[in-house]
Design a protein around this ligand. Sequence first.
Ligand code: SF4
Length: 377
Amino acid sequence: MTSDQPEHARTGSETLRTGSEPAPTGTDVVLEARGVTKHFPLRRTARDLFARERRSVHAVDDVSLRLRRGTVTALVGESGSGKSTVARLLAQLYPLTSGEIRLGGEPVAAGRGGSFRRYVRRVQLIFQDPFASLNPVHTVRYHLTRALKIHGRAGNGKAELEENLAALLGRVQLTPPQQFLDKFPHELSGGQRQRVAIARALGADPQVLLADEPVSMLDVSIRLGVLNLLRDLKERLHLAILYITHDIASARYFADTTLVMYAGRIVEGGDSERVTQHPAHPYTQLLIASAPDPDRIAADEDQEETGTGEPPSLITPPAGCRFHPRCPQAMERCRTELPPRFDLPQGQWAACWLYEGAAANGTEPVAVRTVAKEATR
Ligand code: SF4
């Protein structure tokens, strides 16, 4: 089976979803985070004995996002910004410190056992390292059969199982299936291993894929193929995909919506084209300026400073705007007052005091106009 053929595989009582489903409107929210916060308490040391509060790592603070059917949402940020923790919270691998997760509009109660199995049937996580996520002593057949059986989709009898295994490999464009089913992970390339990991996730017939840096450990030459596969799955199966990445350039190519995360908070969001071509928040501007670009390197001397330094400690994050120690445009109030989200034209928003006035009168903010001009130079 190739990616162009219709999929008709049946599994016992359920039918694998096919590309013939009605097209989604693009507005239906499948998974939603509301004010999600995660603090990891630190082990007490002698120094903490007399402290009133236990110290903790403020990994994620007040994160809200919506994943819609048939769309890709990119969550972009540097290492340590908390984006992978967000994916794990959405996958229910950690309990929340506060906030709420809703699946299909219903609040999700953290739990294990049957409720957790029902949840992971609808929300699947794909890890960064496909080699680590596959057991090296088991074949592709074992991994996929196990996923189908756990989620009650193995079918009735051997023939139906074989049909479903072939359908899963077909979905990730590993064809003919006989060529892959009895291979061990070490016999596959990195891209093929990640495709098997994606096939295993699809074995649950999920509505949401949480893809945590799914291509960052792959050779550059095969990254595009895996991103194209995910885009194809989004379109054919109408999946809601969260794409976690540190590469803002790939977010522009792959995602419909982009959210930018810094030091545990989301600082900017909007349509991917808009956010990557007209970044509003100084941190997004820094991320884009840091991405390799020969044209920009040649013109480097003409550019304004966009910010330097390292991300802050999340045990004692800076007061006010967390980006203020690195921000070239920081003002006095940035050191003490946390900026709220300011809405900008064309659905973009930024949590930055620079946009307080622009948000109030609905004009194109000066800082966005400046960056847009530089981007087209
Ligand atoms: Fe910079 Fe202030 Fe905006 Fe933070 S709120 S990004 S410190 S200008």
